[in-house]
Structures are given as C-alpha cells and as structure tokens.
Ligand binder design. Structure first.
Ligand code: NAP
Length: 309
C-alpha cells in the first residue's frame, strides 16, 4: 500500500517543491493542504498532478490540522514568519508566533497517529554564532519547533530539513540599470561574501524524497538542503554566463532591509557556516545519488532573462 503524504504550504515554494518530487517518485499518495482549496493556485495543483487530494487546513486552526492529517503516514511541515499576521503578532510581543504554528502541527500529527514528519526548520543562529546574532527570530522559531518535534521521538519520527537562502530571491532583488540596461542584483552582502544557496523549487523535494527513502540514515538528523556556500556574486556571474546579458552585483546598506532579523541573518551567513560547519553539500549528496542545482543550472532551468525594468 502506498504511503499517504500530507503536505503543508502546498501552494507555496516549499510545499510545491515537495509535491513535485513526491509525485515524480511515484510511491506516494499526496494530500495538498491549503487555506483555500478554491484558489487558482490550489486548482492548478489539481490540474498539474492528477489524482492529488486538495484539503483545507490552517496552521492557526488545530482542528483543521487534525482533519487534514487524518490517515496520513507522513506530514511535510513548514511554518511561516514573513507573513503579515505573524509579523503583527511578533511586533506585539508574541515572539513565539511561529513556534505556536509549528507546535500545533506536531500536536495534530501525533494526535492523528502520523508516523513521520519531515519538518522544514533551521539551525539556531543564536547558538551557531555563540550568542552574537540572537535576533534572527525566523531561525529561532523554526529551531524551537524542531526541538519540540525531536523531543516527541517516542510518538513521531522527526526528520528536519534546513534550506539555505533561495536562489529565487535573486530574481526578486533585481532591476535594470537606467544607465546601461545591465541587470543589477542587489544584496547587503559584499560581492565575495559567502552565503548558503538553495534552488528551493527543484531541490527541497528531492531531499525530502531522499529522507523518506532513507529513514534510518536521516532520523533526527537535520539535512541541509543547500547546493553550497557561494560568493554573493557567483549567481550574478552565472546569470551572464548562461544568458549572455551583462549583470552586476550591487551592495546595498543593511538599513535597506528594515529588519534586524534579516540583517543579523546575513551577518551570520557571512561569518559562520550555519549548517553544522558543513560546506561540501554537493559532494555529500552526489555520493548519495542526488544532484543539487548549481547557479548556472538554476538560470538555465528558469529561462529567466532579467526584469523588464
Ligand atoms: N526566502 C528564503 O530564502 C527562505 C530560506 C529558508 C527558509 N525560508 C522559510 O520558508 C518559509 C516560507 O515557505 P515558502 O517559501 O514555501 O513560502 P511561500 O511560497 O510564501 O508559501 C507559503 C504557503 O503557506 C501557506 N500558508 C500561509 N499561512 C498559512 C497558514 N496560516 N496555514 C496554512 N497554510 C498557510 C500558503 O498557502 P495558502 O495561501 O494556499 O493557504 C502559502 O502558499 C518561511 O518560514 C521562511 O522563513 C525562506
């Protein structure tokens, strides 16, 4: 009997990646969770992946989570931070808003007898940096959810996965130069500062499938979903190599982020190897038969040739 996988955040980047890979693996029945099954993004999932089930669930409604997890063997869970409702709670002093979502997810999965949860979480930047960067709340909240999941090991098997900064962010942070029409990619990091990068749409799902196919190896052990530590300018150079279009890295001041959380995150990326000191991700996964996307492959696959203005 094939396993039933319930996927939280199915209409988003992470859940979408997981659904794509689970579907391609052909070994799972898939239940896609969304707050709005009638939305165009939910409908397009149904069209793209014939046979998947679309079910309503809201991370702020424990009862809806219980219903959505009923009968599932495995749950892929992802929590939110940079969404207005969560940010509002955080601004009003509820720094545990993301943890509350994650805990609700885990409690509902346990109550429904789900055997395994693959959880999208992150390391604690506070711990990684020895207390230097303690305000990266969207890392701390996820880490706390992960600790909670792993503390319930006698009731549910926990499989944390940690994604780096999305390669997709480069598209969002680009513009055309008014002077010479080159594509400018802006980032607070300097051109040769390093950061961990992930093609979230293509690679998260691959690792989730790997984890589910290798449960003994991955149980309780955070798996980094990351093609490598790259210089900030590597994505820019790869863009020009692939498209032939001139591009440049533009360093912007930290103040432009308008967020202490994000500012400390980038500083942490620059100074620490956040995934347990590991950097040879590509080699690690190649040995296991999984190829993760390089910057050049990302641009080739995306077919994107720069913003219109
Ligand atoms: N950006 C990065 O570089 C990066 C890197 C690592 C980790 N992350 C983390 O990734 C997470 C975001 O995941 P993503 O990129 O997949 O986000 P996304 O593309 O914005 O999608 C989020 C999905 O979550 C669903 N959702 C939102 N609030 C919900 C709620 N209350 N209950 C149930 N579902 C809800 C939405 O689906 P419906 O509207 O259909 O319900 C939406 O499609 C964040 O926690 C972020 O910190 C981001």
């Amino acid at each position: 009997m094939t396993q039933l996988a319930a996927v939280v955040g199915a209409t988003g980047l992470q859940g979408g990646s997981v659904i794509k890979a689970l579907y391609a693996a052909g070994k799972f029945r898939i239940r896609a969770l969304t707050r709005n099954p009638d939305s165009s993004s939910a409908k397009s999932l149904e069209q793209k992946y014939p046979g998947i089930e679309i079910v309503r669930a809201d991370l702020d409604s424990p009862e809806s989570l219980r219903q959505a997890f009923r009968g599932a063997d495995v749950v892929f869970g992802v929590t939110q931070f940079f969404q207005n409702d969560i940010l509002e709670k955080v601004e009003n002093g509820d720094t545990d808003a993301e943890f509350t979502q994650g805990k609700a997810m885990i409690d509902a999965a346990i109550a429904e007898g789900v055997q395994s949860m693959v959880l999208s979480s992150l390391p604690s930047m506070n711990k990684v940096s020895g207390g230097k960067y303690s305000k990266v709340l969207h890392f701390e909240g996820k880490h706390k959810v992960e600790e909670y999941l792993l503390s319930k090991a006698d009731m549910i098997r926990g499989y944390p996965v940690h994604a780096g900064a999305y390669m997709q962010n480069y598209v969002g942070n680009s513009r055309r130069s008014a002077e010479d029409n080159a594509v400018e990619f802006s980032l607070v990091l300097g051109a040769s500062d390093k950061l961990p990068l992930t093609d979230i749409e293509n690679d998260l799902g691959k690792i989730v499938v790997y984890v589910l196919e290798h449960p003994e190896e991955c149980l309780g052990k955070p798996m980094a979903v990351c093609s490598g530590y790259f210089e900030a300018q590597d994505m820019v150079k790869a863009f020009t190599e692939v498209t032939g279009i001139p591009a440049r890295h533009v360093q912007i001041p930290y103040e432009y982020l308008g967020s202490e959380d994000l500012a400390q995150m980038f500083q942490g990326f620059r100074e620490f190897n956040i995934f347990d000191g590991m950097t040879d991700f590509a080699e690690y996964y190649e040995k296991r038969g999984v190829h993760l996307t390089t910057p050049a492959e990302f641009w080739k696959n995306s077919g994107w040739t720069g913003p219109s203005e």
